[in-house]
Ligand binder design. Structure first.
Ligand SMILES: C[S@@+](CC[C@H](N)C(=O)[O-])C[C@H]1O[C@@H](n2cnc3c(N)ncnc32)[C@H](O)[C@@H]1O
Length: 207
């Protein structure tokens, strides 16, 4: 059937593109009202977060989590490799929200040199930035992460679509990597988007 063969071809073509082109192409098709709602896990923790200070949204994409943090009162550095995504994010920013889009390839293992009260990282895995996250968190700063684990490989989505194993967390990997934080919440399992690990931690005040 025509529709069946069309989808795998599209995905396999997209797979050959470098990350920047692939995501630029995707965001070019987004409309102004698409994916505006905060991710449910961040939404749950939002009321506990500070209402002032600096936040970092890692791989911010179309900005759904940046908007939630800005609405809460935080100044947000939204970093992403896709200029198209950041352009969309900027166009959808409401007056009064303080969001600075920053185009950056996170594979290079670099993050803006600032101290953040909140860092969020949703549905993007780049281990190269993990060693510097500690130095970017202000004392008492919050780190909130959710991304897919290897259990996602067993799902229908993984069978339909090519998923790179190195873009998935191994079991217990996130908790081990951030054990220097005070862990407030950790869970691995099936959540709204699939099999993910969710972590909330805070930098110790003397770190
Ligand atoms: C699945 S989306 C998640 C977007 C956002 N965190 C969210 O949950 O809505 C992955 C994001 O990672 C970005 N990305 C992919 N490779 C990247 C890289 N090397 N450096 C920075 N951003 C990258 C993409 O442009 C895309 O916006």
């Amino acid at each position: 059937m025509r529709s069946r063969s069309f989808i795998p071809n599209l995905l396999s073509d997209e797979r050959k593109l470098p990350a920047k082109e692939k995501w630029n192409k995707r965001y070019a098709n987004f409309n102004l009202t698409e994916r505006l709602n905060v991710t449910p896990f961040l939404g749950r923790w939002l009321p506990k977060l500070p209402q002032r200070g600096l936040a970092l949204d890692i791989a911010a994409g179309g900005g759904r989590n940046s908007y939630a943090l800005a609405r809460r009162g935080l100044t947000v550095n939204a970093v992403d490799i896709s200029c198209q995504g950041l352009h969309l994010l900027k166009r959808r920013t409401s007056p009064g929200w303080d969001i600075q889009p920053i185009a950056l390839n996170l594979e290079r293992g670099w993050l803006p040199k600032a101290q953040y009260q909140v860092i969020v990282n949703f549905f993007f895995l780049e281990r190269a930035i993990w060693p510097i996250l500690k130095s970017r968190l202000a004392p008492g700063g919050w780190l909130i992460i959710e991304t897919f684990t290897v259990d996602q490989l067993q799902t229908k989505m993984a069978r339909q679509k090519y998923i790179r194993r190195d873009f998935l967390l191994e079991k217990g990997e996130l908790l081990e990597a951030f054990k220097f934080l005070k862990i407030l919440y950790y869970d691995e399992g099936e959540h709204q988007k699939g099999f993910t690990a969710q972590l909330v931690g805070r930098a110790m005040n003397n770190e």
